[in-house]
Design a protein around this ligand. Structure first.
Ligand code: PEP
Length: 251
């Protein structure tokens, strides 16, 4: 039985003071209505100390939105795993489509970062997904399986610790959600690919989140699909009530 996981990707939103308020609102509301879903928030780097401090002692985990694979050195503007560890970060989103599109993340760099994140004891949330053009030209299967095989290559038994996020690029921030059937089809394909890489038992244990305009109105139906184990939430994670409504849809 896979435990559902719902993570909020705050992207480049919220100052440290605003982040503290949002984290406290989520913690207060969730505390009153506990549910078995694993809940994670991923604020910008600069907000992480305030948010880990605010959420200390709660059931809500904190993640970063990226990290570098090297332990330290001359990488201006980058953040290493040890820096995140020290402030209590436990998760890291890797290979988000915005990172792949605007910051040149590739399957090879995502793979190196995933290895470094696992070595640091983090739960990596590794994102994959096709563009609209790729979907319309019948390339979804090739694109997604290539991303999975490349981003998760050579992890050995640690592959079981990864969370995969299937995020069709055409659904991110657009208001267009994949239908439950469209999403389930790709999630099943991802699980089949994971089984080919790591065996059926391991594949059955790996959580696969859906991301792309998930909101309170569609979350329950998406998360009811057999291979959808939670959500990675962008826009709807920026307000405590909509984020919590999605969490509750998975309870
Ligand atoms: C995301 O960026 O991970 C995401 C799913 O965004 P949104 O929910 O806004 O589509």
């Amino acid at each position: 039985m896979r435990r559902k996981i719902v993570a909020g990707n705050w992207k480049m939103n919220k100052t440290p003071a605003e982040a503290k308020v949002l984290a406290a609102e989520i913690a207060n509301a969730l505390g009153a209505a506990p549910c078995p879903v694993e809940v994670v928030v991923c604020p910008p780097y600069i907000d992480l100390p305030a948010v880990t401090e605010t959420l200390a002692g709660t059931q809500i985990g904190v993640g970063a939105q990226n990290m570098h694979n090297e332990p330290k050195g001359a990488f201006t503007g980058e953040i290493a795993a040890s820096m995140l560890q020290e402030i209590g970060v436990k998760y890291v989103i890797l290979g988000h489509s915005e990172r792949r599109t605007y910051f040149a993340d590739t399957d090879a760099t995502v793979n190196a970062k995933t290895k470094a994140a696992l070595a640091a004891g983090f739960t990596p949330i590794v994102c994959v997904g096709e563009t609209l053009e790729e979907r319309e030209s019948g390339k979804t299967e090739t694109v997604v399986t290539t991303q999975i095989r490349g981003s998760l290559a050579d992890l050995g038994a640690d592959i079981a610790k990864v969370v995969v996020a299937y995020e069709p690029v055409w659904a991110i921030g657009t208001g267009k959600t994949a239908t439950p059937a469209q999403a389930q089809e790709v999630h099943a394909l991802i699980r089949k690919t994971l089984a080919e890489m790591a065996g059926e038992e391991t594949a059955q244990s790996i959580r696969i989140q859906y991301g792309g305009s998930m909101k309170p109105e569609n979350a329950a139906e998406l998360m009811a699909q057999p291979d959808i184990d939670g959500g990675l939430i962008g826009g709807a994670a920026l307000k405590a009530d909509s984020f919590l409504a999605i969490v509750k849809a998975g309870c």
